[in-house]
Design a protein around this ligand. Structure first.
Ligand SMILES: CC(C)(COP(=O)(O)OP(=O)(O)OC[C@H]1O[C@@H](n2cnc3c(N)ncnc32)[C@H](O)[C@@H]1OP(=O)(O)O)[C@@H](O)C(=O)NCCC(=O)NCCS
Length: 212
């Protein structure tokens, strides 16, 4: 796939078929766009907000809105995209999304979730974030990709670190969480924004291995 506007294809199912058809493939996981047949299961997961854990927004939309958004965009465009994370057997284990942040910034943000405890701790999120980060920098004209992570979300902070993101700052009160506004942490790979803006890099300009 060479263009983020590519639309989801009509794919057969089964592990070999899933992997062969995946536009972005890694070692342990591959990523693919959402198909119509995924929607029922994905909406059930979307509605199960408890499964997102305590450090991920619990907002949700109704099923008609969820389906209408899919019909309009296929969940894949230049400013928003959702890719399913598949394990080696072709099983859907989670998703990773990107979206534009502030309209005047050349920046995207990533969001990710692994759906069950059984699939967590196997490196799936780290590989998926690495793959999507690389895909976005290689194919779209954005300077920055950021992650916003609750400071207590240790697993997600570890994912960020493993993927070459660096702590950039704290947005105080940025996210209303449970009964209070809490701080959030933003991470961005400096080497990408530094090269375009001339800002002094705080870390080595050498690109992380996964982005070379
Ligand atoms: C965060 C999440 C996506 C991580 O997915 P995952 O596939 O388990 O992530 P990975 O296996 O790639 O990496 C997790 C790392 O965090 C570590 N980790 C997990 N829980 C941890 C904890 N409580 N404290 C410290 N490290 C922790 C793991 O050991 C692993 O590091 P390692 O590879 O060095 O051992 C998953 O837990 C999830 O879906 N959480 C709910 C949604 C969410 O919070 N999404 C992120 C929003 S910013």
């Amino acid at each position: 796939m060479s263009d983020a506007r590519a639309t989801p294809g009509d794919r057969g199912r089964g592990p070999a078929r899933e992997r062969a058809a995946s536009p972005v493939a890694g070692t342990s996981v591959s990523l693919r766009t959402v198909s119509e047949g995924d929607l029922q299961r994905l909406y059930e997961i979307h509605e199960n907000v408890a499964n997102r854990g305590p450090y991920f927004p619990h907002r949700f939309v109704s099923e008609p809105v969820f389906r209408r958004r899919f019909q309009e965009t296929g969940f894949w465009g230049e400013k928003y995209g959702r890719l399913l994370i598949l394990d080696r057997d072709g099983e859907i284990v989670g998703h990773v999304e990107f979206f534009e942040t502030v309209a005047y910034l050349d920046e995207l943000e990533l969001s990710y979730q692994i759906y069950s405890d059984a699939h967590r701790g196997k490196g799936y999120a780290s590989e998926a974030v690495t793959l999507l980060t690389r895909y976005l920098f290689q194919n779209l004209k954005y300077n920055r990709v950021r992650l916003i992570i609750h400071p207590d979300n240790e697993a997600s902070k570890r994912v960020a670190t493993k993927c070459g993101y660096r702590h950039e700052g704290t947005l105080r009160g940025a996210w209303f969480h449970e009964d209070e506004t809490t701080t959030s942490m933003s991470s961005a790979p400096y080497e990408k924004c530094s090269s375009r803006t001339g800002m002094p890099p705080r870390v080595s300009r050498e690109r992380p291995r996964h982005l070379r």
